[in-house]
Design a protein around this ligand. Structure first.
Ligand code: MG
Length: 375
């Protein structure tokens, strides 16, 4: 490469954002921080485009739009949480940019729209090694790497691994009594509070199932989830000849970030090498869907379509916030999601309708007697 890759980073001060800055800083000849957004905190960085504030604030959305569609921008890292990431992701893809995607909600809410935008952007050209969307979610990075050089018709099944969170290994624990501190105590990964709670409920795996379905074009019933408490095997792909391929490594998000930024190259010393001791004694277990029904719930929402995955996502965010605020027991999170899904009348899958389904769900759960009228 003759010049560094110009990177726009949406969400520079969150966990993924800070680790992305670390990968960029350690490879100055290869990457350049071309633009960034930051919220309340400052990253103390300079860049061509520096956008401060929150989505929806005056001027913010237009400045982000200008940044991600700037002809000099090569790659957009999407690491702002939730529904706010959707419009700029669509803009970047439509402008033919490579997108390194950490925000799974984008594909959960609007997978069909996003993949269509990726295809349209690709048709416009761009980098010769263009991929479209490069996953940063560790499981999807693993599956992506397992698929490199493979023919799609030879893939039989994707197997997403789950650590199981803090409660899986304690089947006698009463989930009604779980405290916020217990739920935030993830055994393997250090992450933000939302995704840590999603790991404890396994809703995270439900969202990742939908994400994988769209990203890799694999049918929902050919994707399964298994419990792997050591979090060393990040996911697996089964092929028609009976082969299983897996990607292994330390639970360190800088590795999938490095893979996404450097594709199709690999960055030297992106993370310390995994020792044989670290990969000994690996265990895999079937997921108990009776105790943890999240994956089934997500699969049903995705099969139902018509905005249901967006409702699933928004209802989960609302329920997790209520749990973190001490207003809802841990065991109330999934029933709240189910209530919203049951009440939702369905919608078209346009950006406007999906964002409206997101708002509808939050209103519905915030005032449960609220109107459920919108079609
Ligand atoms: Mg993940």
């Amino acid at each position: 490469m003759t010049r560094p890759l110009n990177i726009a980073l949406l969400g520079a001060t969150g966990s993924i954002g800070r680790q992305t800055l670390d990968v960029i800083d350690r490879n100055p000849g290869r990457f350049k921080l071309f633009g960034l957004t930051e919220g309340m905190r400052s990253s103390n960085r300079e860049a061509e485009h520096l956008v401060r504030g929150q989505a929806g604030e005056e001027g913010f959305d237009a400045q982000v739009e200008a940044m991600v569609t700037d002809p000099r921008c090569d790659l957009v890292v999407v690491a702002i949480p939730g529904a706010r990431a959707l419009p700029p992701t669509l803009s970047a893809l439509r402008a033919g940019k490579e997108v390194a995607l950490a925000t799974k909600e984008v594909l959960v809410m609007a997978g069909a729209l996003v993949m269509k935008a990726a295809g349209a952007g690709r048709a416009q050209g761009g980098l010769p090694e263009r991929q479209g969307i490069r996953p940063i979610d560790s499981e999807h990075s693993a599956i992506w790497q397992c698929l490199w050089g493979e023919e799609r018709e030879n893939v039989r099944r994707l197997i997403i691994t789950a650590s199981g969170g803090p409660f899986w290994a304690h089947p006698d624990l009463d989930l009604d009594q779980v405290t916020v501190e217990q739920a935030l105590n993830h055994p393997r990964w250090s992450m933000g509070p939302k995704v840590t709670i999603d790991s404890a409920t396994l809703v995270n795996k439900g969202l990742e199932l939908i994400e994988a379905h769209h990203l890799f074009g694999i049918s929902l019933d050919a994707i399964s989830v298994c419990i792997h408490p050591q979090s060393v095997v990040h996911s697996l792909v089964e092929f028609t000849d009976g082969s299983l391929k897996a990607q292994l490594g330390r639970p360190d998000m800088r590795l999938p970030i490095a893979v996404a930024l450097a594709y199709p190259d690999r960055l030297p010393e992106a993370v310390p090498p995994t020792t044989i001791g670290e990969i000994s004694g690996l265990e895999f277990h079937e997921l108990d869907e009776t105790r943890f029904p999240s994956v089934r719930l997500a699969r049903e929402a995705a099969v139902g379509g018509r905005g249901r995955p967006a409702v699933l996502n928004a209802a989960n965010e609302e329920a997790v916030n209520s749990f973190l605020a001490g207003e809802l027991p841990f065991s109330g999170i999934l029933p709240a999601i189910q209530r919203a899904l049951d009440a939702f009348p369905g919608c078209r899958e346009s950006l406007e309708d999906i964002l409206e389904a997101d708002r509808w769900t939050r209103d519905y759960l915030r005032n449960k007697s609220g109107t459920v009228g919108r079609a």
